[in-house]
Design a protein around this ligand. Structure first.
Ligand SMILES: Cc1cc2nc3c(=O)[nH]c(=O)nc-3n(C[C@H](O)[C@H](O)[C@H](O)COP(=O)(O)OP(=O)(O)OC[C@H]3O[C@@H](n4cnc5c(N)ncnc54)[C@H](O)[C@@H]3O)c2cc1C
Length: 396
C-alpha cells in the first residue's frame, strides 16, 4: 500500500481485492482511469485462499491485457480436453478437435498474486483490512464510500462504485430490497477437497460419476494435485482422514487411474457447499455488482472465476467508453449484457452438477435418465461439442 496516496477521491472506487476487483483495477488503470481498491482482509489472507484453477481463453486474454499474464503464460498448462468417467470407465472429450479451443490450468492463488504485483507496479493503492464499509448515495451523481482504515474513519468520493466484494460483501445488500430479485438453488451435498503435494493422476481433469457419488481429479502443477469428493452436507473435515479420502477416491475413479494414483499427506482440506445463485439487476445507479457479489455457481463447470472475469470485461469496457468517449451506452446496458452470459454459465454449471452427482431424492427413473444422458454424451459428437464449447467458455 502506498501510504501517501490520496484516498479522498477517485474515479472508480472498487470494493474487494479478490480476482474481480484486482483485474478491473488493472484494466482501468491501464486505460487511464484512476481507481482505489479497498479490501477487508490482509493480502496474506487473500493469497492463502485455495480456490479455482481452470481458466477460459477469454480470462487468459484479459489477464494478458491487464499486464499480469507473463507467469501464467510461462507456468500455466494448456488442456485440450477432459475425461468423463462413468462407473469406473472413462472417455475423453477433445476440446481442441471439437471446438478449436482449450483451457489453461493456473491456480487462482497464483493469478491473484500476479494481479497484486501488477497493481504494486502501477503505484495505485489497495487498502487492506478496512472495516465498516458503507456505500452512500449510489443512486445519485455523487456516490461515496465510508470505511474505517488504520483506526480512522475515511470518506472516499468517486464517480462510480464497483462492488467486487464476493458473496458475503456489502455491495449487493446496498441495493434496495424492493429492486433486487434473487434466484437460488442450494444443492443437498458438498465437495470435500484436498490439496496434495503429489503428481496429478492424469494429464487432464477427470470428472467421475459413480454410484457412491461424484469425484474430480484436478491439479495445479506437475507436483501439486487437487482432488474432490461429493460428500453429505453434514460431514465435517475431521471425519475424513487422508487415508479415508484416498480410499474413497480410488473407489469412484476409473480403475486405471485408481491403480496409478500417488497418495500423500494433504496440505489443505476443506468442505465447500454447492449453490447456484443470481441477483438481478447488476447495476443500481452508480453501483455495479461484479463477480461473486452478483452470482455463485457450483464448481462443477469451473465457471466461478471465469464468470467474474467476463463481468470485468463488460464493466471495464463500459467505464472506458464513458471516460474516453463520453458514451454511457455500456453503463446503461451493463446489467443486461452481463446477465445474459451469467445465465448461460449458470445453466452449464447446473447441468454438469445434475449430470454427475448422486442426489438423495433421485428415483430409479432419474438414475436411468442420468445414465442415458452420459451414454449419449459418450457416443455423440454433437453432444460432446455442446459440452466442450461451454466448458472452454462462451464468447464475451
Ligand atoms: C472454497 C471455494 C472453492 C472454489 N473453487 C472453485 C473452483 O474450483 N473453480 C471455480 O471456477 N471457482 C471456484 N470458486 C469460485 C471462485 O473462487 C470465485 O468465483 C472467485 O473467487 C470470484 O472472484 P471475486 O473477486 O468475484 O470474489 P472473491 O474472490 O470472493 O473476492 C471478493 C473479495 O472481497 C473482499 N470483501 C468482502 N467483503 C468486503 C467488504 N465489506 N469490504 C471490502 N472487501 C470485502 C473479500 O475479502 C475478497 O477478497 C470457489 C470458491 C470458493 C469459496
Amino acid at each position: 500500500m502506498n501510504g501517501s496516496t490520496d484516498i479522498r477521491r477517485t474515479q472508480v472506487a472498487i470494493i474487494g481485492g479478490g480476482p474481480a476487483g484486482l483485474l478491473l483495477g488493472q484494466l482501468l488503470e491501464r486505460g487511464g482511469v484512476d481507481t482505489v481498491i479497498i479490501e477487508r482482509r490482509s493480502r496474506e489472507y487473500v493469497l492463502s485462499r485455495i480456490r479455482a484453477g481452470v481458466l477460459e481463453a477469454g480470462t487468459v486474454g484479459l489477464l494478458r491485457e491487464a499486464g499480469a499474464g507473463e507467469r501464467m503464460d510461462r507456468e500455466g498448462f494448456e488442456h485440450e480436453g477432459t475425461y468423463l468417467a462413468v462407473a469406473n470407465r472413462g472417455f475423453r472429450i477433445d476440446f481442441k478437435r471439437l471446438t478449436g479451443g482449450s483451457v489453461t490450468v493456473y491456480g487462482q492463488t497464483e493469478l491473484t498474486r500476479d494481479l497484486y504485483e501488477a497493481r504494486d507496479a502501477s503505484g495505485r493503492p489497495v487498502l487492506h483490512e478496512v472495516e465498516q464499509v458503507r456505500i452512500h448515495d449510489a443512486d445519485s451523481a455523487s456516490p461515496w464510500i465510508g470505511f474505517n482504515y488504520q483506526g480512522r474513519q475515511q470518506r472516499l468520493d468517486c464517480d462510480y462504485i464497483a462492488g467486487c466484494d464476493g458473496f458475503h460483501g456489502v455491495s449487493r445488500g446496498s441495493i434496495p430490497a424492493e429492486l433486487l430479485r434473487e434466484f437460488e438453488r442450494v444443492y443437498p451435498f458438498g465437495w470435500l477437497g484436498i490439496l496434495s503435494p503429489t503428481p496429478p493422476v492424469s494429464d487432464e481433469l477427470i470428472y467421475a460419476s459413480h454410484e457412491r457419488g461424484f469425484a474430480l481429479c484436478s491439479m495445479r502443477n506437475p507436483r501439486l494435485s487437487r482432488y474432490y469428493l461429493q460428500v453429505p452436507l453434514q460431514d465435517s473435515v475431521e471425519q475424513w482422514s487422508d487415508r479415508a479420502f484416498w480410499d474413497e477416491l480410488r473407489r469412484r475413479i476409473p480403475h486405471a487411474a485408481a491403480e496409478s494414483l500417488v497418495t500423500g499427506e494433504s496440505i489443505e482440506k476443506s468442505i465447500a457447499p454447492l449453490r447456484s445463485y443470481v441477483a438481478e439487476p447488476m447495476r443500481w445507479g452508480r453501483l455495479f455488482l461484479c463477480g461473486d457479489a452478483a452470482h455463485i455457481v457450483p464448481p462443477t463447470g469451473a465457471k466461478g472465476l471465469n464468470l467474474a472475469a467476463s463481468d470485468v470485461y463488460y464493466l471495464s469496457r463500459a467505464l472506458l467508453q464513458h471516460y474516453r468517449e463520453n458514451d454511457d451506452h455500456g453503463i446503461e446496458t451493463y446489467s443486461e449484457t452481463a446477465l445474459a452470459r451469467v445465465w448461460k454459465a449458470e445453466r452449464f454449471s447446473w447441468y454438469m452438477t445434475r449430470l454427475l452427482h448422486r442426489f438423495p431424492e433421485q428415483s430409479e427413473f432419474d438414475l436411468r435418465m442420468q445414465e442415458a444422458e452420459l451414454n449419449y454424451l459418450e457416443s455423440s459428437a454433437a453432444a460432446q461439442t455442446a459440452l466442450a464449447e461451454n466448458y472452454i467458455g462462451l464468447p464475451f
